[in-house]
Design a binder for this molecule. Structure first.
Ligand code: F6R
Length: 361
């Protein structure tokens, strides 16, 4: 049942405020400015002994993991990174007993992720699952974890599960942070930020008509470049994936900081750039990148917290705490991908060549 929407993708994009509300529900502990995550099966002493966090997932879940790794590193000050589970499996990675491994999967059935979990477990590692489907293979195989409570996702491309997974990671980062050195006041600040998310998501979704018009304008592009820096980079990666999956337009994501090391050669009027420009420490750096692109007559669409002069169009999103901004900044670009695909007459809920869960090698 699509509840009045023309596709599941559209329905699921619009369910995100409610979905985020669900992943937060019952987990915030105001007394200690932290969150309670009963299913982790990780006591405080164990949480303090973690030396590294390694996040494994595929596709969109990998991108959510990239955002999660940054949040864990920022809030808990534990070195963290994300890697495609499909790559990790085949490189005989060093399995380290002081590393916390986190497997991310919407379906909980993705074979590459499951196989990575099984290999890790066989070698005695501790593995948590961040999963949407309750009771799925990865959830059962992991030592503990969190459900992201996004509700069923039917569209082959992931939207609300991505968002909820990034929020779940914010909770994990806050929990690990408050078990270690994150202050009470920072804990409070993050909790207040988390509570603002559902309302801010609703505000972003209200801009759909404006985003639809932008999509019509850019739908003729043969290729698009997505750029972002640090917190914005995984957002650019995910937006680029979403656009290619549903519209079949070629898209490439690049760190804005790397433009001058190659991709600037591509910039011309026929190549639009979508830039993620948060109002954070890197704002001036990002502005300089927009100038470089503008100087070469590249069209620019910015997703930012305020109007960007150098951009042809800015989608203004509400500001949250710096660490939580990545959760919100990709949401308008889900709508951009959707409306581009709609304009091009694509099979939005079932893009060619793709399946909802990849349970084979
Ligand atoms: C993208 C998409 C895929 C999945 C990937 C992992 O929109 O849907 O990239 O994210 O196949 O799937 P899960 O999260 O079920 O492990």
């Amino acid at each position: 049942d699509m509840g009045g929407h023309d596709t599941y993708m559209h329905k699921e994009i619009h369910e995100q405020a409610e979905a985020v509300d669900r992943v937060l529900r019952g987990r915030i502990d105001d007394r200690f400015s932290t969150v309670r995550l009963g299913g982790l099966n990780l006591d405080a002493r164990e949480a303090r002994q973690i030396r590294r966090v390694k996040i494994l997932g595929c596709g969109t879940s990998y991108h959510a993991g990239m955002i999660g790794a940054q949040m864990i590193e920022e809030l808990a000050r534990i070195p963290a990174d994300a890697e495609p589970a499909s790559e990790f499996r085949y490189r005989n990675a060093v399995v380290d007993p002081d590393t916390l491994y986190v497997a991310v999967s919407q379906s909980g059935e993705t074979y590459d992720v499951l196989a990575a979990v099984q290999e890790l477990k066989r070698k005695g590692a501790r593995v948590l699952g961040v999963v949407n489907v309750v009771g799925s293979a990865i959830a059962r195989e992991a030592d503990g974890g969190m459900y992201v409570h996004a509700g069923p996702e039917v569209c082959v491309v992931s939207t609300k599960c991505f968002t909820n997974t990034t929020v779940a990671f914010a909770l994990l980062a806050l929990h690990l942070g408050r078990t270690r050195d994150l202050s009470v006041s920072d804990g409070k600040r993050i909790i207040e930020g988390l509570r603002r998310l559902p309302g801010q998501i609703a505000e972003i979704l209200e801009q759909e008509e404006e985003i639809r018009k932008l999509a019509l304008q850019y739908a003729e592009a043969r290729s698009m470049l997505f750029i972002g820096r640090v917190r914005g980079y995984p957002v650019a990666r995910e937006a680029s994936l979403k656009l290619k999956e549903v519209s079949y337009i070629h898209a490439e994501a690049y760190p804005a900081s790397e433009l001058k090391h190659g991709p600037l050669a591509l910039i011309e009027p026929a190549l639009p750039t979508v830039a993620i420009v948060p109002d954070d420490e890197l704002l001036e750096k990002n502005r300089a990148a927009l100038e470089e692109i503008k100087a070469r007559s590249g069209p620019i669409m910015a997703v930012a917290h305020r109007e960007q002069e150098k951009a042809d169009h800015t989608i203004v999103v509400p500001k949250n705490e710096n660490e939580l901004d990545p959760i919100l900044m990709g949401i308008p670009l889900q709508l951009l991908a959707y409306h581009t695909a709609l304009a091009l007459g694509r099979d939005i809920d079932k893009p060619r060549n793709l399946a909802k869960s990849v349970t084979v090698e």
